[in-house]
Design a protein around this ligand. Structure first.
Ligand code: SF4
Ligand code: ZN
Ligand code: ZN
Length: 350
């Protein structure tokens, strides 16, 4: 049988079957449609304005590596006028994060973007290795998600960026919709499909890959020969999310549009006023100055549970480093923060 020609350009030989649409297309057309769809997502959601300083949350994994590459490509091609940075979190996971950070350091050279790394050790005095040795492998992702959220905030403040973009893809969002339905968490269900999260005092955080399929991100990285790290975290991720993921993969195998359909279903939910109104009023954390709905922010109360008697949530070394960036407990209250109740999102970001 003669090789099929590309369904889009009709000129070249089709060498791949596009997971999202099932079309047989050539490599060049795949790059074009993938990049153009991300560009359209960015334009339709008005994600950026010229001159914005944007941090790319970079883990060295496929999603954030492709995001860094595509952001650079689109910024040049369409002249977005963005200043791009890489922002990484070092959770302190031996044999996983130390290796993936080496990948990010190479990406820094390859993409010519400044890189900032913030570590749990310096900020909190705890690595995830130590957290897991203290609490075991049960709730580790909850700790890690809360710590990451604040770490990214502090890193973003240090870089003086206007917003953070993360590599959350369509599969991650569809999974989160399913998890929130299965947990009956209607408040989060209403928020989890938002392409941007932003509130008062909160740095804008957005997901340019909201409609990009994970399979296509992997394919893009493969055909572009991008340098990324593919090992999973050694502290097995959230088991419940794993079930949602397996279920979603089954649905996708039966009908590829399931992923987008679930996202659209999530978007279509309308929250009743009383569900929306359950958010508590904000104050600042008594220990670290972060915005919080209680006396202590989530990170500080987790730290308290880890180390009773520890007098400050942030280590002396971490504090000195923050002060060197002009961040003191007094002005930290102006540091942008992410709403602590959206930790389901944070779990997906490993
Ligand atoms: Fe942290 Fe992700 Fe590992 Fe969980 S799976 S411990 S959230 S890096
Ligand atoms: Zn083609
Ligand atoms: Zn705190």
């Amino acid at each position: 049988m003669a090789p099929k020609s590309c369904a889009l350009c009709q000129n070249s030989k089709a060498i791949l079957r596009r997971p999202k649409t099932g079309q047989h297309i050539c490599k060049h057309c795949f790059f074009t449609v993938f990049e153009t769809e991300v560009h359209n997502t960015i334009i339709q959601a008005h994600l950026f304005k010229p001159g914005d300083r944007v941090a790319i949350g970079a883990s060295g994994g496929k999603d954030s590596t492709v995001l860094a590459y595509v952001m650079k490509t689109l910024n040049d091609r369409y002249q977005y006028g963005l200043n791009l940075f890489l922002l990484s979190v070092d959770e302190g996971i031996t044999g996983y994060r130390d290796d993936s950070l080496e990948t990010v350091k190479r990406n820094q050279e390859q993409y010519d973007m400044p890189l900032k790394i913030v570590s749990y050790e310096e900020l909190y005095g705890w690595t995830m290795d130590r957290v897991v040795s203290a609490i075991g492998k049960k709730n580790n992702c909850t700790f890690c998600g809360v710590f990451r959220r604040q770490a990214l905030d502090r890193g973003a403040s240090g870089l003086g960026v206007d917003q953070i973009v993360t590599g959350h893809n369509a599969d991650d969002i569809a999974e989160t919709v399913l998890m929130n339905i299965m947990r009956g968490d209607i408040g989060r269900l209403g928020r989890c499909t938002a392409i941007c999260t932003q509130g008062e005092d909160m740095i804008r955080r957005s997901k340019p890959f909201k409609y990009a399929y994970e399979k296509e991100i992997v394919m893009y990285a493969y055909f572009k020969k991008l340098d990324y790290f593919s090992t999973e975290c050694i502290y097995s991720p959230d088991a419940y999310r794993g079930h949602a993921r397996a279920f979603l993969k089954d649905l996708e195998a039966a009908r590829p549009s399931a992923i987008i359909d679930i996202i659209h279903s999530g978007e279509a939910f309308e929250l009743k006023e009383e569900v929306r109104a359950t958010q508590k009023s904000q104050q600042t954390c008594k220990r670290c100055g972060y915005m919080s709905s209680n006396d202590l922010c989530k990170a500080c109360s987790l730290l308290e549970s880890l180390e009773r008697g520890m007098s400050t949530a942030i280590t002396d070394k971490g504090r000195r480093k923050l002060e060197a960036q002009g961040l003191t407990p007094d002005n930290m209250r102006t540091i942008p923060y992410f709403h602590p109740s959206s930790s389901v999102d944070a779990e997906a970001e490993s």
